[in-house]
Design a protein around this ligand. Structure first.
Ligand code: M6R
Length: 605
């Protein structure tokens, strides 16, 4: 989704803005632009397409001199991805420029009102109303105009605003969209996420909804919505620059797949002390909980689907998984005895935030499992466990998913311990099994060197079916999503037992079927399904333990897994499927880290 950056200091702003925008590319975008103030004039440059085009157009920023500026990557919502619709937008009198991340819900009414008052609109965007409101309300007081304009807006917005009359100043405003201030020495920054800040500063101020701030090279002043100055703590950004770079890998996605053993270890290690799961940040009384509801979107939802099995098995509490985009409108049966678990890598997903708020309103306490420190979900949930995966840059999540699942396992053991649903010996052996996961994930990477060759065989396919039962089915959901989002091959996951109820009609000669056979309580059943699809001509690529000779002799091709504690197996099982999707996408020449139409952080509904 859209990304915004801003700089005010003594350097030329444009190159700093372009570098910052490059760091935000991973969020997904289709046009980009920057605006810089100099000599009481705002100069703007925008392009449809990639930031490389903007660098070319501005000669790497040298054509826009000036030391204060704002920049934007746009993921089109209102209006096509064109130069005109790209941000920054400027007021008719040229006095203001605005970048915006989010959606202005009442823009049609505002547009009508402003048009009647004689303001001329250049673009089809919702954002443009903001800049005309600034012009309308400006009577020599920049701050006052910011407050008046923002008070007219409904929806979600993180704004960066320039005024040609005050060339060393930027106002930023936050309402339901991420915005972080970077505190420098003689220079200050803002951005939608820390990846654009870490090259310059580790000191950050996180704005809350309704707050706005005034940035000059030497000061940052934050205000509450009434315009009263407030003091905000300065937080330290722990992510380092290398963590957000490719480090010799061809793609971020490959790097992040390979990082998983380390990421999972970083998630587990500090939380096991003397053989016990210690979750210091939690004081949930599990005896008051009669139901757990897990909600999230996309892969995070699928992590919830896989984690549900562990939670139910270990805690003996009913667990329901709900898509956040559905739950928020479902009039859900949730009360103060419900524990809501919210999963989100970014912590900024709009539907997940809305579902969380709706469930809290109904009395549920919410536990967030989040990767991005200080993100909205981390802040509004009642409890938060971080996944410690480090920055995830590829749009397709890998280590985000596996670390979410790992935290669900940690929580399941913590809750089971409290509830007394696990015998001591079993608890201890599961804690040991958890510690083995990083090693087993590494083995899953090492024991499948044939994946690039398999990708050459399967990459021409028009569609693929991923089948499995129980936990294998939950992993199939994520395996199919990985395949479709980066390779653009239609991929569908099916509970293997459901094939006969419809989908088998689609099986034809050479149809690829990826059969997940790692849950041995049901593999005999899945094997029957393999036989059925093979009888209709399907080509079966099975995923199983290397010593499972029955499956090896049945399938056309194999992916292997090391033996893993069955309850935790999904976190290892997904790894070869991520790698398969990666290599198929590579064969198909896809833009793996930035798949078309997708955004990393979906901050609009
Ligand atoms: O940041 P979140 O975990 O809340 O994001 C949820 C989904 O948008 C995300 O998992 C999406 O499905 C990914 N593209 C999957 O790879």
């Amino acid at each position: 989704m859209c990304g915004i950056v801003g700089y005010t200091g003594s350097q030329n702003a444009a190159p700093v803005l372009l570098e910052g925008l490059k760091k935000l590319e991973y969020r997904g975008y289709d046009s980009a632009g920057i605006a810089v103030v100099q000599d009481q004039t705002i100069a703007v440059s925008k392009v449809m397409g990639r930031i490389a085009g903007l660098c070319e157009k501005t000669a790497d920023g040298s054509l826009l001199p000036g030391t204060t500026g704002i920049g934007h990557t746009r993921w089109a919502t209102h209006g096509a991805p064109t130069d005109i619709n790209a941000h920054p937008h400027t007021s008719n009198d040229g006095r203001f420029a605005v970048v915006h991340n989010g959606i202005i819900e009442n823009y049609l009414e505002l547009r009508q009102e402003l048009t009647q008052k004689g303001y001329h609109f250049e673009s089809e965007t919702d954002t443009e109303v903001i800049v005309h409101l600034m012009e309308m309300y400006y009577q020599g007081d920049f701050k006052r105009a910011v407050m008046k304009a923002s008070s007219r807006l409904q929806g979600s917005y993180a704004l960066g605003i320039l005024c040609s009359q005050e060339p060393d100043k930027i106002f930023v405003v936050r309402e339901a969209s991420p915005l972080i201030l970077g505190v420098g020495i003689g220079e200050n920054f803002f951005a939608s996420d820390v990846t654009a800040l870490v090259a310059h500063t580790r000191n950050a101020v996180y704005l809350e909804d309704g707050e706005f701030a005034e940035l000059t090279p030497d000061s940052i002043q934050v205000y509450d919505c009434a315009g009263h100055p407030i003091q905000k703590p300065i937080s330290r950004i722990s992510w380092d620059i290398q963590a957000a770079e490719k480090g010799g890998y061809e793609h971020f996605m490959l790097k992040e797949i390979m990082e998983q053993p380390r990421a999972v270890k970083a998630t587990i290690a500090p939380r096991i002390k003397n053989g016990e799961i210690v979750l210091d940040d939690l004081d949930i009384d599990m005896h008051c909980v009669n139901k757990i509801v897990i909600t999230a979107c996309g892969s995070a939802y699928y992590a919830g689907c896989a984690g549900k099995y562990a939670l139910e098995r270990l805690c003996r509490i009913p667990v329901q998984t709900e898509l956040a985009s559905e739950l928020r409108y479902a009039d859900p049966l949730i009360d103060s005895h419900t524990l809501l678990i919210v999963l989100s890598q970014s912590g900024e997903t709009a539907d997940t935030i809305a579902a969380l708020r709706e469930c809290q309103r109904r009395g549920a306490k919410a536990l967030a499992i989040v990767n991005v420190v200080g993100s909205t979900i981390a802040k509004i949930a009642d409890y938060c466990l971080y996944t410690w995966a480090g920055p995830e840059i590829a749009v397709a999540t890998t280590k985000g998913y596996t670390t979410q699942l790992t935290v669900l396992y940690l929580f399941a053991l913590y809750a089971a311990r409290q509830l007394g649903t696990l015998e001591q010996e079993r608890y201890r052996s599961l804690v040991s099994a958890l510690k083995m996961l990083p090693k087993q994930m590494q083995q899953a990477l090492d024991m499948n060197p044939g994946i690039p060759k398999l990708a050459q065989k399967y990459h021409h396919s028009e569609s693929m079916f991923f089948i499995g039962r129980n936990t294998d089915y939950a992993v199939a959901l994520e395996g199919a999503l990985k395949m479709k989002e980066i390779s653009y091959i239609h991929a569908e996951s099916y509970a293997a037992g459901e094939l006969k109820h419809g989908t088998i009609a689609l099986i034809h000669e050479r149809q690829p079927v990826i059969a997940l056979c790692c849950n041995e309580s049901v593999t005999e059943k899945t094997m029957s399904n393999i036989v059925e699809v093979k009888a209709r001509g399907a080509e079966v690529l099975a995923l199983a333990f290397r010593d499972n000779q029955k499956i090896v002799s049945l399938a056309d091709d194999m992916l292997f897994l090391p033996r893993t504690e069955p309850i935790f197996c999904p976190v290892v099982e997904i790894v070869p499927l991520q790698m398969l999707a990666y290599h198929v996408a590579k064969e198909n020449g896809c833009d793996i880290d930035k798949p078309k139409n997708l955004a990393k952080s979906v901050t609009v509904e």
